[in-house]
Write a protein that binds this ligand. Structure first.
Ligand SMILES: Cc1ncc(COP(=O)(O)O)c(C=O)c1O
Length: 414
């Protein structure tokens, strides 16, 4: 195995699934990490330990199991706050994922603060979850949705943001800190500074950034931030909305029900403290507890090393992929400007056919529009193939991908 800043052999041993064979005898080469990552044994055991030993609802009962479950659930909140350097633990709201976090802002903040003719600005490289909630909001309010375009290098055309801000009508600017298709790392701090000069709120979609680089919310200085546990070794069904305390205090609840109330009377209810005001009903206790084990795992490696490993493997993959005749790679080629997500098309092979063929060799990649049809329109394609890396991927696996792509080329006589 080629050298890495991460002890990959030891890391791989923590992921039982990486030992499995697919299509009878092909060792799995899992390169679909932008969709969801695999889970280490530590996360799986944290979840089963909860069910085996202290399964209980949280916050309400006083018995020992409930106290243990509540403590474990709330410990995750502390770990999340530390991981992203949030100022207050009350600013960490558990939700189901990035999608729910963005919808929460669109409903609970957007419906109070966006009026007719106001403008929401998003970008052409957003995931559908950072487009559709805003379309729903602007339709309801008679407001407008505008897009920051993407240039031929896969980067945002930031001059367009200046034009929108100059109208004085922008209420919110939202963007992905790393594109899930192009891998482009957004110049987030520059955008946020510009927006704040105009008193405009900023929501950052961190679904693809938090798992792959150190994110420091106090340095970033945005107003809302969303990400998902399952893209960073954690379980599905858990996500985080971080928002400035004063904004959460002003916002109305998103869902009504148990745990989010202080007192309920026949016709009036008062709200619980933050963050519980936004966590109605029994939450996903087991998976929130499992998420803490994922954070511990990443912190033990160190996010700087996670990034360094990915830069190294992405550089290698870009070099090797570029040597394949007939390939078109999307997004920046400079690894300082991008993460470990590489989208490409090979000749006129349909990405679904390509993914099916290389799956026969055990290589799992993604094909399709990646929930980014606005970007597909901009790139003038209906779909791309996408390989995405994480801490357990090796250069040898990149070699398997390349060999398999060459086999597909031969099959299609390209
Ligand atoms: C950039 C980006 N935003 C949002 C999402 C949605 O995340 P989730 O499905 O976990 O809510 C994804 C998922 O792929 C993503 O890549």
């Amino acid at each position: 195995m080629q050298a890495s800043v991460i002890n990959i052999e030891s890391v791989r041993n923590d992921f039982p699934i990486l030992k499995r064979k697919v299509h009878k005898d092909k060792l799995l080469v899992y390169l679909d990490n932008a969709a969801t990552t695999q889970k280490p044994i530590q996360v799986i055991e944290a979840i089963s330990n909860y069910y085996l030993n202290y399964n209980s609802n949280i916050h309400r009962a006083v018995h020992e199991l409930a106290e243990e479950a509540t403590a474990a659930y709330e410990t995750t909140r502390d770990k999340v706050a530390k991981f992203i350097n949030a100022k207050n633990r009350e600013e960490i709201v558990f939700v189901r994922g990035t999608t729910e976090a963005i919808n929460l802002v669109a409903y609970a903040w957007g419906r109070q603060n966006v009026q007719k003719d106001d403008i929401i600005v998003t970008t052409e490289y957003e995931h559908h979850s950072n487009i559709v909630p805003w379309q729903l909001l602007v339709k309801e309010k008679g407001a407008k949705l505008e897009y920051i375009g993407v240039d031929d290098n896969g980067e945002l055309i930031l001059d367009q943001l200046d034009t929108y801000l100059a109208t004085g009508k922008v209420k919110l600017v939202t963007f992905s800190q790393m594109s899930n298709v192009l891998g482009t790392i957004t110049k987030s701090e520059e955008i946020i500074k510009k927006c704040h000069k105009y008193n405009v709120r900023v929501l950052v979609d961190g679904a693809q950034s938090v798992p792959h680089m150190k994110v420091d919310l106090q340095k970033l200085d945005c107003d809302f931030f969303a990400f998902s546990a399952h893209k960073m070794l954690g379980p599905t069904g858990v996500g985080i909305l971080w928002a400035r305390k004063e904004l959460l205090q002003e916002m109305v609840p998103f869902n009504g029900g148990g745990d989010m109330i202080r007192e309920v009377h026949k016709y009036e209810t008062t709200w619980n403290d933050l963050p519980y005001k936004f966590e109605a009903g029994t939450p996903n206790i087991a998976d929130v507890i499992g998420f803490a084990a994922a954070i511990d795992y990443l912190e033990k490696i160190g996010m700087d090393k996670v990034r360094e490993h990915e830069v190294d493997i992405t550089k290698y993959a870009l070099e090797k992929l570029s040597q394949i005749k007939g390939i078109k790679i999307y997004g920046p080629m400079n690894t300082e400007k991008r993460g470990g997500v590489i989208s490409f098309n090979l000749g006129d092979i349909h990405p679904h056919d390509l993914a099916t063929i290389i799956d026969e060799d055990g290589v799992a990649i993604r094909s399709g529009h990646h929930c980014a049809q606005v970007l597909m329109e901009r790139l003038d394609v209906s779909a791309t193939s996408r390989a995405s890396f994480y801490i357990y991927n090796t250069k040898e696996e990149v070699d398997v991908l390349i060999k398999s792509l060459n086999r597909a080329k031969e099959l299609f006589k390209l």
